[in-house]
Design a protein around this ligand. Sequence first.
Ligand SMILES: Cc1cc2nc3c(=O)[nH]c(=O)nc-3n(C[C@H](O)[C@H](O)[C@H](O)COP(=O)(O)OP(=O)(O)OC[C@H]3O[C@@H](n4cnc5c(N)ncnc54)[C@H](O)[C@@H]3O)c2cc1C
Length: 400
Amino acid sequence: MNRVNRAPVDVDLALVGGGGAASLVLAALDRHGVRDLRVAVVDPVHKRGQDRTWAFWDRPGNDLDPVLSASWRQVEVVTAQRRRVLDLAPLRYAMLRSGPVYDRAAAAERRLGVRRIVAAADALDDDGERVLVRADGSAVLRASWVLDSRPRPPRRPGRTNWLQHFRGWWLASDTPVFDADRAVLMDFRTPQPARGVSFGYVLPVSDRYALVEYTEFSPARLTDAGYDAALAGYRDLLGLDPVRLVVREVEDGVIPMTDAPFDAHPSPRVVRLGTAGGATRPSTGFTFSAMRRQAEQVARALAAGRPPVPAPAYPRRHLWMDAVALRALDRGGVSGPEFFDRLFDRNPAERVLRFLDGATSPAEELAVMSSTRLSPMVAATAGDAADRLRARLVRGRRSR
Ligand SMILES: Cc1cc2nc3c(=O)[nH]c(=O)nc-3n(C[C@H](O)[C@H](O)[C@H](O)COP(=O)(O)OP(=O)(O)OC[C@H]3O[C@@H](n4cnc5c(N)ncnc54)[C@H](O)[C@@H]3O)c2cc1C
């Protein structure tokens, strides 16, 4: 669309950023039959094809079933000491490639008559009634509501600022080498970094084709060669013969793992979604389920004529528990493999997964928390409380 020197177009809803979060919103609007809304998407890129693979858990029997690449009722958590097989019923672990998600969003866009603006939004001026969306220096839209999912840093740095960073290979084998009935959720037999946690995982689509990844939760990324070496090491650990394998695709990613605050509602008519809106769970990096939950809430609200403001991605007490867990892992009080091993040892897998979705009761949360070793957690809780108090005092002094 040619936007030069045109008056801004009036819309009811502007999606600023058209990646994962926005694609799920578009599909949800379509599913909810929201037809009478003027919607626009602003993004310098029109996302298509396979640029990422989402793994998440949910209950089978929903709108994603037809587009999943694979799903598993059982997953493994592996440490040097044991291989734990977890039955996830009534949940499943699922794999969804980005291609079908973007295709679905594109089909929804056509049905909803969405206006696409291929440009980088640089300012959102919210006067409380309308938001003027500026892109490449000119005002392109005047929107009643904006859902903003452009990547952006948190409001201020966290007390712990880790990254989940990874590389994956889509491996094709000429002989059956993968167990297609089970995914490996976390395999902690990888060499552990000096500061942080590492693990490998395997998401098989068939007995000859799988996504094999090396992941770290740690403060900084590796070099290219570092990821390749780590992944080759994990491939060898799995007993896979490189001669019989072809790397069909490579997938890289970096996801924030931090207790830093993300502003989900920075001004009256701007709502942030996706990673920028705090949908990434600090202790795991999982984001997809929260984005999906919020997309559903946004679509329901709009279908009912209400403002598209979803509930926070996670309850506050969960963010606090994650801050404590991250701190304990970062300050070396707890080893990552031990932390996750105990979590799955002392709780049904389904409870842990619901906990990570922020869907457990306080009693269940107590059970989850008390499955970790007590003393480092108490130390991390005290440290976290002291840091919060210190930050509050500093802010108080500055505002005087
Ligand atoms: C490789 C990879 C694998 C992942 N795997 C998982 C997983 O298995 N499970 C899970 O739960 N989470 C996963 N995540 C995390 C998370 O689910 C994804 O990052 C997800 O895509 C986040 O959605 P988003 O909309 O917040 O950001 P994105 O999907 O990155 O979308 C942001 C959009 O904003 C656009 N944009 C940028 N600047 C501007 C601008 N100025 N104006 C307008 N638009 C702009 C970009 O072009 C992009 O389209 C993964 C992330 C990556 C990178």
